[in-house]
Each structure stands twice: as structure tokens, then as C-alpha cells.
Design a protein around this ligand. Structure first.
Ligand code: SF4
Length: 178
């Protein structure tokens, strides 16, 4: 949310008042999810955290770009829909991997959802309410392995000694005799 709003204010020069109104709209969408489902990774996985944040940011962006009510709702719906099933599996129990990059990608997706929604007339098949209900059910169906316990997914498949991006390691690997 902050990244998207900060970026839009810096690049598009939206006034504080418009940013605050967009923030209020985002809050409405977040509250719908909090009331009807969950925004907790421990309850529904990352779809309820980063997915919902993406939906909120998408709604805010759509409003700033003059979206109609239907387009704003569509942008939020897409923001959440395309995170359905996203697990919470933070490596070492820390909110760093995959969390930091995941948030950055979701910020970018929120802007894409806004663009997509604003190219349409706002009509779509799946409502925001329906995707919230789906997210809730999907979260209930997820095993606890994928709900902030760091016992499954990336958390159980990561080797912190491995540094795939290290060029020296790559050279060493290439020179290995087989
Ligand atoms: S993966 Fe990270 S960002 Fe996503 S819900 Fe878990 S702790 Fe939060």
C-alpha cells in the first residue's frame, strides 16, 4: 500500500487529499476481507496478507486514475484473485524471504490490475465478495504447514548456505571435474 501510493504521488503528483481518499477506499476493501474472511497469514496463508494488500492497493490506484465504482471493484477483485492459494512459508520464521520480494511484486501487480480494470467497462464475472469467500475457503483448506508455521513450502526447502547468485560459486561449479 505505501509503496503504491508513494510511487503514484511522486510520479503523478496526486494531492494529499486524493491520496487520503484512495487510502480510505483501500481500507473499505480491507475491512470487507477482515470482516468476512481473514487478513492473517496464520489463518489463511499469504493470500490473506499480500493478496489482500494487493487488492487494496489496486482499488486505491484505480480510484486515483478515475476508475468507476465497477472498475475499482474489478481492480480489487483481480488483485486478490491472482493470489488465491498463496501459501505463507517464511524461511527461518522471519518475515524476509519470500515476504520482501513478494510485497514488491504485489505492488507491481496492483498497478497492473488498475491498468487492466481501467481498460474495461468494469463488467466481470467474479465479484470481489465471491473471491473473498473463495480465499476464505481456500485458506481453511490449506494445511497448517502453509500458514505461518515455517514447517512447509519454501521454509522447509531452503538452504541458507546456498548462494545461487554468487558468481564465484558459479565459476567454481563450472570448473568441477565430473
Ligand atoms: S509469506 Fe511472509 S508476507 Fe506472506 S503471510 Fe507469510 S509472513 Fe506474511
Amino acid at each position: 500500500m505505501p509503496a503504491v501510493l508513494y510511487h503514484l504521488q511522486e510520479t503523478r503528483k496526486f494531492t494529499d487529499k486524493r491520496i487520503l481518499r484512495a487510502l480510505a477506499t483501500a481500507g473499505l476493501f480491507g475491512n470487507v476481507v477482515r470482516t468476512n474472511a481473514s487478513i492473517s497469514g496464520a489463518e489463511v496463508g499469504c493470500q490473506g496478507e499480500v493478496g489482500v494488500a494487493c487488492a487494496m492497493a489496486a482499488a486505491a490506484a484505480s480510484q486515483l486514475f478515475g476508475g468507476t465504482l465497477a472498475q475499482i471493484e474489478y481492480a480489487a477483485e483481480m488483485g486478490l484473485e491472482h493470489h488465491l492459494g498463496l501459501t505463507c512459508d517464511p524461511v527461518c520464521g522471519l518475515v524476509q524471504i519470500p515476504c520482501i520480494e513478494r510485497n514488491a511484486f504485489a505492488a507491481s501487480r496492483a498497478l497492473d490490475a488498475n491498468t487492466y480494470a481501467n481498460f474495461t467497462d468494469g463488467r466481470h464475472r467474479v465479484s470481489f465478495d465471491r473471491v473473498v469467500a473463495t480465499m476464505h475457503q481456500t485458506g481453511k483448506d490449506l494445511p497448517s504447514l502453509y500458514k505461518e508455521t515455517s514447517t512447509g513450502g519454501l521454509a522447509s526447502n531452503s538452504d541458507m548456505d546456498e548462494q545461487p547468485g554468487d558468481p564465484a560459486l558459479r565459476t567454481k561449479d563450472l570448473n568441477k571435474e565430473h
